[in-house]
Design a protein around this ligand. Structure first.
Ligand SMILES: [Zn+2]
Length: 489
């Protein structure tokens, strides 16, 4: 056992998230809904100001009245104030109509007005948690940075499509858990007050609350995800991998294992299929109700509850399975297949999304990482099905998905399609592990703790870089971004 001094040397701070059920009172629910609404209001106003500021800026640039050397933070401040004024006046007359025809969105800059600048004219913003509104600014910034290079704008948010959640940072202990008894727990939230919380598992000592995300699910239930900073002894990665397992993705069941774990993949895993009929019945009922009526909301919660149940069953099964696999094996090989593309292309989308192999891979990755073990993602071009796992002969006839069993033309081994593929993935995973242990640069460990081919990781980045509009513009001889070095709002 390490003594406390040694432990302090190797301790690292990691983020841990726990989700709990909340039971707000009707008054507290109203306050939470107000927060959702104010977030949406601020998002729409701020986005309108960003667009308007860019319109003014570009008009000045096109007219040649802009002196680029005089642009500083004060200039931007004035620009935002002017834009905000125009947005406010336009709001009353013609409701957010913008002339976007002259605009080059690739040149867009993120100049966002603060929440405080709206508060004087709109006192209702003061009713809700200011931290919840501040986090909108960050979301908007991220959205702008993601959309502008594609030549798009973030979308305005409609009332019936708003996200029913909010995130708030913990500052000076304004969010804290208070206990009034062993089963009587509350969380103090700014402006909402003490809300009943079910701590279904204890929070370890020494975990520091960082931020929360409060969500109202489609079933009408409230949940809170709490992010903690937790001090942990550093987990050293294993240096030897004795027990290696591999999974080949397979329909209609989840996967086929190389080492005989197959008993866990029963026929009992088609959670969506089992509830599909009931869900369709309730959804049909919902479609005949008047939007916004009392019956409508009751029925909508009923539909939400069915969807939630399907998701919970799936999550429960996959958590237990990935836990079991992570405990038993030192390394696990899986295929790096694109499940989303598969769901769209191969005409069995519901089955692909129903069994949740992608979630399984993600859960396995972090569970293995926490134990110092590793998930090996075998390249998607690796011919796992067509290769004979005994002699290595490639048999192109097996490409046809209908071939479930085949005999190797060279060594005569009779193969089950999926079992053979799993065995091949296992062998490839062991090969990649050995390369990594010998310090070979052709494989690399990602931040998520997955061992992958370096070419697969690099290839992805390069593709992203190539496809940005800026490089496209340069190729087409368009002049480069004139506002590149401008300060951001
Ligand atoms: Zn063979």
């Amino acid at each position: 056992m390490a003594n406390s001094n040694e432990l302090a040397d190797v301790a690292v701070i990691v983020s841990k998230v726990m989700q709990f059920r909340l039971y707000p009172t009707p008054e507290q629910q109203v306050m939470i809904w107000k927060t959702f609404g104010c977030r949406r209001w601020y998002w729409n106003q701020a986005l309108a100001v960003i667009i308007q500021a860019n319109i003014i800026f570009q008009k000045a640039y096109n007219a040649g009245t802009l002196d680029c050397s005089k642009i500083d933070q004060d200039y931007i401040k004035n620009l935002i104030a002017t834009a905000a004024k125009i947005v406010k006046e336009k709001d009353e007359s013609e409701k957010n109509k913008f002339d976007l025809s002259d605009l080059n969105i690739h040149w867009f800059k993120f100049w966002c007005p603060s929440v405080a600048s709206f508060k004087a004219d709109n006192p209702f913003l003061k009713e809700v948690d200011s931290q919840a509104l501040n986090s909108v600014r960050k979301d908007l910034q991220q959205s702008c940075y993601a959309q502008f290079p594609k030549g798009k704008l973030p979308e305005f948010c409609a009332k019936n499509k708003q996200k029913r959640s909010y995130t708030a940072q913990c500052c000076y202990g304004n969010i804290r858990i208070e206990s009034k008894g062993p089963t009587d727990n509350f969380i103090r939230l700014p402006k909402v007050g003490l809300v009943k919380i079910i701590l279904h598992r204890p929070i370890p000592d020494g975990w520091v609350l960082k931020h929360i995300t409060l969500t109202e699910k489609a079933s009408g239930k409230f949940y809170i995800s709490i992010c903690f900073d937790a001090k942990q002894a550093e987990v050293k990665p294993l240096t030897e991998f004795k027990q290696v397992e591999a999974f080949d993705y397979s329909l209609p069941n989840l996967a086929v294992s190389a080492s005989g774990l197959n008993d866990v993949f029963s026929d009992d895993i088609h959670w969506f299929r089992k509830m599909e009929e009931k869900l369709a019945f309730e959804q049909h009922k919902l479609s005949r109700m008047e939007y916004g009526s009392k019956n409508y909301w009751e029925q909508r919660h009923r539909v939400g509850a069915i969807n939630e149940k399907i998701a919970n069953r799936r999550k429960d099964f996959l958590h237990k399975l990935s836990h079991k696999v992570a405990q038993e094996f030192d390394a696990v090989g899986v295929e790096d297949i694109d499940l989303q593309a598969m769901a769209k292309s191969l005409n069995f989308g519901k089955s692909v999304t129903d069994n949740g192999f992608g979630i399984f891979r993600n859960l396995l990755a972090y569970k293995l990482k926490d134990l110092g073990k590793i998930l090996v993602k075998v390249g998607r071009m690796f011919a796992s099905s067509q290769t004979c796992s005994v002699c290595g002969t490639v048999n192109p006839e097996v490409k046809d998905l209908d071939v479930r069993e085949w005999t190797c033309p060279k060594c005569g081994t009779h193969h089950d399609r999926d079992k053979n593929a799993a065995e091949n993935i296992k062998q490839e995973a062991i090969r990649m592990l050995n390369l990594w242990l010998s310090g070979d640069k052709s494989v690399t460990v990602t931040t998520r703790g997955e061992l992958r081919l370096a070419s697969a990781v690099k290839g992805k980045k390069r593709k992203k870089k190539d496809s940005t509009p800026a490089t496209e513009q340069l190729k087409q001889g368009v002049e480069p971004d004139p506002f590149k070095s401008l300060p951001l709002g």
